[in-house]
Design a protein around this ligand. Structure first.
Ligand code: ACM
Length: 547
């Protein structure tokens, strides 16, 4: 007879505990809409009569010697403290007969790597999951279920049975720190905000024309020079009504590699993967200002002080590829992410067109035009990234001139890029401007809103987004990894302004990437959002008030 492995034994024990918990109360099907404002809405939730009463004596129980689960217990404890003021005891001793929250992993493959089960009765709560990721999300749901009693001595939670797991594996939020620099404290806050929405990818846009933000040891001028611009244009430089004005204030900053490691760890503790973006071949003016030999004109330029896209683009000399590979080597050494984002968007080709040397290189390489040169450029980067065991992702312009063989496409100029890439058998992440660009205004009454880039993207429109284009067959649709919101910061200089643009629209993205499509209900979402906004207040996060 085969002996039982520890893992299968823990699975059996866990199943037994779940059954025991289930038998203690009789669940009845209740409309999920009657429940507290959980966002994103869980896949399956049943509620029974009665409540679990949480008191300062409630114990959080986690398995002995499991540091990872202990960290989740600490995290839950911090959340509970925020809501109730109670500092609970975390213990790895035997589960007491009553008044406990127990966190356990075991064999629950039916909930996937990110799913979880919560069962509660009057005596206690059991959160179980196949993997710690799921426990983390279960802890967040549990926190959302808590209601503090008016006497302040206890908090209550309805008795529930929840089985939950996300619809998509990529639930992303992006932040542009190139246009405006945000310090490490704010990046951590941003990570906290997105984590509590069960977002699992932070796309960190680290380089752009207006600033290079990541320390690269081999090329110190990238941050000595490229991280700083002399001043910043005021307002919309393209509005044309008034002469363009600048603020005269030096702006900049960058993250040291130590700070980056700290942030990566901080995100990992919240089950967030950081996908770093190093822009190429365009959006390269800060890099070219640091090392003019990377450009096509030899000019000594300064870091860009206005918005819009600069024409400065990397040349295609071997020494430039070496530079980019060196940069990516340091990036890959820092970031454990499976994906490395290489930008690829909005590369103005005028300097390639105007350079005799580059025109000759196009001929020598047997390429047709500048679009094929961009494709050649990206393919070389992909080969390098793949050689390091990582995958390349880029904006949908990387389709032009031919997609690199293993590339994943981030579809932003509408959904067509995503459709085309999926049809070619490539994975895609959907982030079309019309549904996912949080730098757009949230109201038509723009005078009453903080400055935004333009556009109009209210909460309802974000919520209405369906990431899988109807044009795709079932097989093609499997290539849609998920969706993401983007926060570009040309017009967003202050952390609280980032929060205002992010919240509550992030809640809509959270739900559409987590909850099954058939369960989405805008009216119910709006009702649940009221509780979510109360949480924003409690956490001290800025947000756009609900209408
Ligand atoms: C982009 O918004 N340029 C990707």
């Amino acid at each position: 007879m085969k002996s039982l492995s520890l893992k299968s034994l823990s699975g059996i024990i866990l199943t037994f505990l779940i059954i025991m918990m289930s038998n203690c109360s009789s669940p009845k099907n209740q409309s999920v809409t009657d429940l507290p404002g959980i966002i994103p809405l869980p896949v399956n939730m049943q509620v029974s009569d009665g409540q679990f009463i949480l008191t300062p004596e409630t114990k959080i129980i986690c398995p002995a010697g499991n540091d990872e689960i202990r960290k989740i217990a600490d995290y839950l404890n911090q959340l509970v403290k925020k809501s109730t003021g109670f500092q609970l005891i975390i213990s790895d001793s035997e589960k007491p007969g009553k008044n406990f929250i127990s966190l356990q992993t075991g064999s629950l493959p039916e909930t996937g790597t990110e799913g979880y089960i919560i069962k509660s009765n009057r005596k206690g709560i059991l959160i179980s999951a196949d993997q710690p990721n799921g426990l983390f999300y279960g802890a967040i749901t549990l926190w959302q279920l808590l209601k503090v009693n008016s006497n302040g001595n206890s908090a209550v939670m309805p008795l529930v049975q929840i089985t939950d797991m996300p619809r998509f594996q990529w639930r992303g939020a992006h932040l542009d720190v190139g246009r405006h620099f945000f310090d490490t404290d704010f990046i951590k806050k941003y990570i906290d905000i997105i984590a509590l929405h069960k977002i699992n990818v932070f796309h960190w846009h680290l380089t752009d024309d207006q600033g290079w933000r990541i320390e690269i040891k081999k090329y110190p001028l990238l941050t000595e020079v490229g991280a700083w611009r002399d001043e910043t244009v005021i307002g919309h430089p393209w509005a044309g009504k008034e002469p363009i004005k600048y603020d005269g204030i030096k702006h900049g900053g960058f993250y040291t590699q130590d700070e980056i490691k700290e942030i990566i760890d901080y995100a990992a503790d919240r089950y967030i993967t950081i996908v770093p973006e190093i822009e190429m071949p365009g959006h390269a003016m800060a890099a070219i200002a640091s090392y003019p030999e990377l450009g096509c004109t030899g000019e000594k330029v300064k870091v860009r002080t206005t918005w819009g896209i600069s024409p400065y683009i990397y040349n295609v000399d071997e020494s430039t590829f070496r530079f980019l590979e060196d940069v990516l080597t340091e990036v890959i050494d820092l970031f454990p992410s499976g994906y490395i984002h290489i930008g690829g968007d909005e590369a103005i080709k005028d300097q390639w067109k105007g350079s005799k040397k580059i025109q000759q290189q196009i001929k020598d390489l047997g390429l047709k035009d500048e679009r094929e040169l961009q494709s050649y450029f990206i393919k070389r980067m992909e080969e390098f990234i793949n050689s390091k065991g990582r995958k390349l992702i880029g904006w949908d312009e990387i389709l032009e001139g031919g997609l690199a063989p293993n590339a994943t496409v981030m579809s932003w100029r509408g959904v067509q890029g995503g459709i085309e890439a999926a049809r070619q058998g490539h994975d895609v992440v959907m982030t079309p401007t019309t549904y996912c660009y949080l730098d757009y205004y949230q109201s038509k009454n723009t005078d009453k809103e903080p400055l935004a880039i333009g556009g109009y993207l209210p909460l309802d429109t974000v919520y209405s987004y369906e990431p899988v284009p109807s044009e795709l067959s079932a097989d093609e649709a499997k290539h849609v990894l998920g969706a993401q919101v983007n926060v570009w910061t040309e017009f967003i200089a202050a952390p609280e302004h980032v929060e205002y643009m992010l919240l509550p629209r992030l809640a809509a993205l959270a739900e559409l990437t987590w909850t099954p499509k058939e369960m989405k209900d805008p009216d119910d979402f709006k009702k649940r959002l009221e509780a979510q906004v109360e949480r924003y207040k409690m956490m001290g996060w800025n947000y756009r008030p609900l209408e």
